[in-house]
Design a binder for this molecule. Structure first.
Ligand code: HEM
Length: 137
């Protein structure tokens, strides 16, 4: 089912864009809010990026589970699902930050948001290593 893999990769790309971009966008949103005191275009863009990639993330996970089913659930798919679950939790937390930002609550520092952003990069690297090397059969 090569076309399912194409769909999977397309949606993975879209989801990763949101995972990497949204926390950075919150930093700029925070600056905009500090300067204007109101909800502006940066907040609008951040919410749109998040919503758009959320839908793609769901398709990425569903198509990934289907591919894992075709592969007969070898051990590396279990490891991959675990790391993807961590990425999904990270993304859920970003959603919480966005909901709070929508109310004008920006408690996290720029540095915190940058480190938080890098953590998702580590998760993505972990997923890629697992799917390319397919350890433990
Ligand atoms: C529950 C979530 C996921 C599951 C169960 C899953 C499972 C799979 C499976 C079984 C394949 C086919 C491997 C092959 O044919 O060689 C695949 C391909 C791939 N997946 Fe996922 N995936 C998931 C999410 C993700 C995510 C979040 C990423 C990126 C961070 C990702 C990146 C890739 C890549 C790059 C490939 C192509 C690998 C290749 O052709 O060598 N997957 N996935």
């Amino acid at each position: 089912m090569e076309w399912v893999k194409v769909l999977h990769l397309l949606c993975v790309l879209g989801w990763m864009t949101g995972i990497f971009a949204a926390p950075r966008a919150i930093i700029f949103w925070k600056r905009e809010y500090a300067a204007t005191g109101q909800f502006g275009p940066t907040g609008d863009l951040t919410i749109r990026i998040y919503r758009f990639s959320l839908g793609l993330g769901v398709i990425a996970i569903l198509s990934g589970l289907y591919l894992a089913h075709l592969w007969g659930w070898p051990t590396w798919t279990h490891a991959k699902i675990t790391v993807v679950a961590a990425l999904a939790a990270h993304y859920g937390w970003t959603g919480r930050l966005i909901l709070r930002a929508r109310k004008g609550i920006f408690t996290e520092s720029d540095r915190w948001l940058r480190v938080y952003n890098e953590i998702s990069v580590l998760g993505a690297i972990g997923v890629l290593i697992l799917v390319v090397y397919k350890p433990w059969g």
